[in-house]
Design a protein around this ligand. Structure first.
Ligand code: ADP
Ligand code: MG
Length: 294
């Protein structure tokens, strides 16, 4: 296409709520054959809710939720927001200090005199918490129930599980069907557990073999690289801090407008309506602009 044609395409994108970083992006978009989709906040609403709390022996449910809520108040992760909301619903949440967080891992903070660690099993063990087979079995059992289940430890001891659920966006299944109709292969990429990932994939029409779950942020970039090494031209759609390196590595990085600033900065294209149909529109726009379809 002519430079003018590309600029017109970029302007048309803006009208559709698709912010395109530069004219070249439309050329890159046309070549895409694989679309990696983050789960939380991209395919799903990213508004989680706590469905149950399972305190370990010797811990009180409400106290556990309070400590976890305090520790999570410094995090902007959707899991954190849900835990803080659930904790507040049961009473005042203490202030936390010495807050630390690991993208794709969890948080740690001091709550009063206690050290509270919340997140994945690996994040707890990194913080010196000993997890037994029984704890890991409890986690696996909870996850098989289809929840995003996270672990809580207090002063180095496992204190219980918090189970959460998210809702798939109403538009996701239709948009993913459209992507397939355009000849693109949708792939699900998430830091969440395999059971939840498979359930969401089945709901929106992504094949089980195209589900990559339990992937840490470095793993997301590596997955993009692996697919590229196999000759695939990859778009990555995401919203989180944990998605940013993969957005930068992808042939086309797409951020959700509701996403974190870090994701938007790393992306080539930002969709303002947070609806995956806009990813479809971006691809159609690039094909039209570059004359592949009229
Ligand atoms: P996704 O790929 O679904 O956006 P993330 O990479 O952000 O997920 O997180 C992966 C996993 O890491 C979560 O499912 C959770 O177990 C854990 N995690 C990340 N951030 C937090 C947090 N603030 N509190 C508790 N757990 C967290
Ligand atoms: Mg996300």
């Amino acid at each position: 296409a002519t430079p003018i044609g590309l600029l017109v395409g970029t302007g048309r994108g803006a009208q559709l709520g698709i912010l395109i970083r530069g004219p070249q992006v439309l050329e890159d978009t046309r070549k895409i054959d694989t679309v990696l989709l983050d789960k939380t906040g991209t395919i799903t609403e990213g508004t989680l809710a706590v469905t149950s709390v399972s305190p370990a022996a010797g811990f009180d449910r409400s106290e556990l939720l309070g400590w976890a809520g305090a520790a999570e108040s410094g995090s902007e992760h959707p899991i954190a927001a849900a835990i803080v909301t659930a904790a507040r619903a049961e009473g005042a949440v203490d202030e936390a200090s010495s807050f630390t967080s690991a993208p794709g891992g969890g948080v740690r903070a001091a709550v009063g005199a206690r050290t509270v660690v919340v997140g994945r099993a690996g994040w707890l063990t990194e913080n010196g918490v000993t997890l037994t087979e029984a704890h890991l079995t409890d986690l696996a059992t909870a996850q098989q129930g289809g929840t995003t289940s996270i672990m809580v430890a207090v002063d180095g001891a496992f204190a219980g599980l918090i189970n959460l659920t998210d809702t798939v966006k109403q538009s996701s299944a239709g948009a993913i069907a459209e992507l397939k109709r355009l000849g693109l292969r949708p792939v699900l990429l998430t830091g969440d557990n395999t059971a939840v990932a498979r359930q969401v994939a089945a709901t929106v029409g992504i094949a089980a073999e195209d589900v990559y779950a339990d992937v840490l942020p470095e793993g997301k970039v590596q997955t993009v690289r692996d697919l590229q090494a196999r000759g695939r031209v990859v778009a990555m759609v995401g919203d989180g801090v944990n998605d940013a390196p993969a957005l930068a590595q992808a042939d086309l990085g797409v951020a959700m407008g509701s996403g974190t600033d870090v994701a938007i900065e790393a992306a080539d294209l930002t969709i303002m309506g947070n609806d995956l149909h806009q990813v479809v529109q971006s691809i159609e726009l690039s094909r039209k602009t570059l004359g592949t379809i009229k």
